[in-house]
Design a protein around this ligand. Structure first.
Ligand code: URA
Length: 210
């Protein structure tokens, strides 16, 4: 298992995740709930950000108060399903820059092939939070993390709604330095690479393409 996995057990998040899993949840509800869950995940995944005391004046007195310090943030979405989590995270992290990595799964080998990559020029100076709703085989996540490391990124986190044990094992082997935040660890992958019980194809459910 991965050495650094945080499963968010907050009842609100778990409740919303259960609705998202249900096959009778409509596209508009699915999209809205993924956005809400993503906000909560941004909240939890940034729990360890460093803060520094700054001097401020309230209407009543001068005082020292904490503000986030350290590296600036960049969210990187693994296309296309990662985009469903972006708005919810940006709601909470409005100053974050956003990058995109396009990877598709070869249907036979399930290997990740890159077709798009666009990130801020100063990406190596940022804390990068990579988002993809489903950590299945781990191939896409691993390829995206490797690509970002090639660009000099040294501070990385990975955030997903659901993780399969297989994906966590792959990340543990290839990127043990990258903490993972997830809503649940499901049972296994089926023969088609889908998470069981999972929620189906996250991209199709967010964009209503099936
Ligand atoms: N991608 C998905 O959208 N769903 C899965 O279950 C696995 C990968």
């Amino acid at each position: 298992m991965h050495p650094n996995v945080q499963v968010i057990d907050h009842p609100l998040l778990q409740h919303k995740l259960t609705i998202v899993r249900r096959s009778d949840t409509t596209t508009d509800n699915f999209r809205r709930l993924v956005r809400e869950i993503a906000s909560m995940m941004a909240y939890e995944a940034t729990r360890d950000l460093p803060v520094e005391q700054v001097s401020i004046s309230t209407p009543v007195a001068d005082c020292e108060a904490p503000m986030i310090s350290g590296k600036k943030l960049c969210l990187v979405s693994i296309l296309r399903a990662g985009n469903g989590m972006l708005d919810g995270m940006i709601d909470l992290l409005p100053g974050a820059r956003v990058g995109h990595v396009g990877l598709y799964r070869d249907p036979h080998t399930l290997e990740a092939i890159e077709y798009y990559y666009k990130v801020p020029d100063d990406i190596e100076e940022r804390l990068v939070i990579v988002v993809d709703p489903m950590l299945a085989t781990g191939n896409s996540a691993s390829a995206a993390l490797s690509r970002l490391k090639e660009d000099g990124v040294s501070s990385l986190k990975f955030v997903c709604l659901l993780a399969a044990p297989e994906g966590l094992a792959a990340l543990a082997q290839q990127h043990p330095d990258v903490p993972v935040t997830t809503g649940a660890i499901d049972s296994h992958l089926n023969d088609h690479g889908y998470i069981v019980p999972g929620l189906g194809d996250a991209g199709d459910r967010i964009f209503g393409t099936q």
